[in-house]
Ligand binder design. Sequence first.
Ligand SMILES: *[C@@H]1O[C@H](CO)[C@@H](O)[C@H](O)[C@H]1NC(C)=O
Length: 214
Amino acid sequence: MANTLAFLVLFAVAGISATIAYDPDALQDICVADLNSAVKVNGFPCKSNVNATDFSFAGLAKPGFITSKFGSLVTTANVMQIPGLNTLGVSMARIDYKPGGLNPPHTHPRGTEMIFVLDGELDVGFITTADILITKTIKKGEIFVFPRGLIHFQKNNGDKPASVIAAFNSQLPGTQVVAVSLFASTPPLTDIVLTMAFQIDTQEVEKIKAGLKS
Ligand SMILES: *[C@@H]1O[C@H](CO)[C@@H](O)[C@H](O)[C@H]1NC(C)=O
C-alpha cells in the first residue's frame, strides 16, 4: 500500500515536471531583462524603463565574420542581446558556414531548434537517445528540426558559403558543444575518464585536447 502511494506520488511529480519542462509562461505582458541586476532568479528580473530598443536587434542582418577552426559562426539573438525576450520563451540565431564549414555536434538543453536555410546547402542531423541518426541534406528555403536536448550538427558540403536562421522555443536555449565540453572543460576532466569513455590512450586524449585549444 505504502509502495503504491509512493509510486502514485512519484508519477504525479513526474507528470507535473513534464508539463513545465519548457520556458515557464509569462505572468505579465512584458518583463524586459535587467541584465545587470545582481538579483538571481530563474531568468532575469524586470527593469522599469523600457522602449523599442529592448525589443529589437539588427545583429542577424549580415553574415558574421568566421574565424573558428570549424569554419562556422553562430550569432545569437536571445535574451542576452534582446532583453525584451525575458519570460517570452522564444529566441533566434543566425549561423554562417564557410565552404566545408561545420557547426560541430552540440545540444541545446533548454530548447527545440528549427533552422531555415537562407543560402547554400547543408548536411544536417540529430541523434536520438536510441543512437539513431536522423539526417538529411537541406537547401535554400528548406527547414529542419532538432528536438530539444538531442545532439545535432550542420555541415556545409558545398563549395559556396551557406547560412541559416534558427528559431528556438526558449529565451536562452543554452549550447553545449560535445567535443569542447568533454575535452576542454575547466578544470579538465581527468584523462582516465576520457581514456576509458572513448577506449583510447592518454596520448590520443592529449592530442584531441591540443587540437581543440590551438
Ligand atoms: C531607449 O532607451 C535607452 C536608454 O535606456 C536610450 O539609449 C535609447 O535611445 C532609447 N531608444 C528609443 C528608441 O527611444
